[in-house]
Design a protein around this ligand. Sequence first.
Ligand SMILES: NC(=O)c1ccc[n+]([C@@H]2O[C@H](COP(=O)([O-])OP(=O)(O)OC[C@H]3O[C@@H](n4cnc5c(N)ncnc54)[C@H](OP(=O)(O)O)[C@@H]3O)[C@@H](O)[C@H]2O)c1
Length: 253
Amino acid sequence: MELSDKIVLLTGASGGIGKSLLEHLNGNVKVLVGSGRKNLHDFTRIKESEKFNYIPMDLISEDNIKFLFSYIVEEYGKLDILINTIGGSLLSRPIEEYPIEEYDKVLDINLKIAFMLTKESIKFMKRNVHSGGNILHFVSSSSKDVADNKAPYGIAKAGLEALIKYSAYEAAKYNIKVNGISPTYVFTERHEKEIEVQSRRTGKSISEIEETMMSGQLLKRKLYPEDIFPLVKLLIQTEVITGKVYDCTLGKT
Ligand SMILES: NC(=O)c1ccc[n+]([C@@H]2O[C@H](COP(=O)([O-])OP(=O)(O)OC[C@H]3O[C@@H](n4cnc5c(N)ncnc54)[C@H](OP(=O)(O)O)[C@@H]3O)[C@@H](O)[C@H]2O)c1
C-alpha cells in the first residue's frame, strides 16, 4: 500500500521535529491525525481538513491515550502508522543534584508515554489483518553517548531502545513493525533560540557554540528535521525492517 492509503497518528506534533513532519506529511497520507499539548493555531498555519485532524491532549494520561486511539479508529476505521516524537531532556543537572520528581518527568515523557502509545497501537493495528502496521519512535544519541548532565534522558532513551526491541518481538506475529531513529542534535526553532540565549549568557558567538556542538561529528554540518524525512519515510512504510534503531548522527556514533 502507498503512503496515500494510510491513516497516520503523529504525536508530539507541536514540537520542533513534530511540526516539520506534520507540515511534510499533510496531504501526502490518507488521513493525518496530529496531537500535541499546544493548540494548533499556536504553532502552525495548517488548517484542519478532511485529511487532517489535530487533537490537543496531555498523553501522560493513559485514559487520554485510549480516547485518542478509539476516536481515530471510530472516525477513520483503522490506524496504520504511529510516529511518536514526544520527548525531551528537560532539566540538565548532575545525578547527585537531580531532583527525583524531575527524573520521573523525564522518564514519563520519553519512556512511559512511548510504552503506552506502543501498547495501544498494537491493540488496534493487530486488527489490520495482513497489513499490520508501522510504529516509529524518536530515540537520541544520548542513549549511547554520554551527554553532560543528562543522565535521566540517556537512561530513558536507552529504555526506549529496549521497548522497540521487545515490542517488535511481540508484535511481529501481527505484521507490526517497530523501529526507531536516533539523531544527534537536531536544529529546530527552539534550539536556535536556546543557542542565542547561550551566546548572550557566555559571550561566545553563535558559530563558536555551533562548532563545539558539531566537534564530534564526521560531517561538519547542522542536522535539520528535513534531513531525517527520508529515513522516516522508509521506516513508516517498511515491510522488512523491525526492531531496529537507526543512528542519524552525521558520523558521530
Ligand atoms: N531536537 C533534538 O536535538 C533531538 C535530538 C535527539 C533526539 N530528539 C528526540 O526527538 C523527539 C522530538 O524532539 P523535538 O526537538 O522536536 O522536541 P520538542 O520540540 O521539545 O517537542 C516535544 C513534543 O512533545 C510534546 N509533549 C511533551 N510532553 C507531552 C505530554 N505529556 N503529552 C503530550 N505531548 C507532550 C510537546 O508538546 P507541547 O510542545 O505542545 O507541550 C512537543 O510536541 C524527542 O523524542 C526528542 O527526545 C531530539
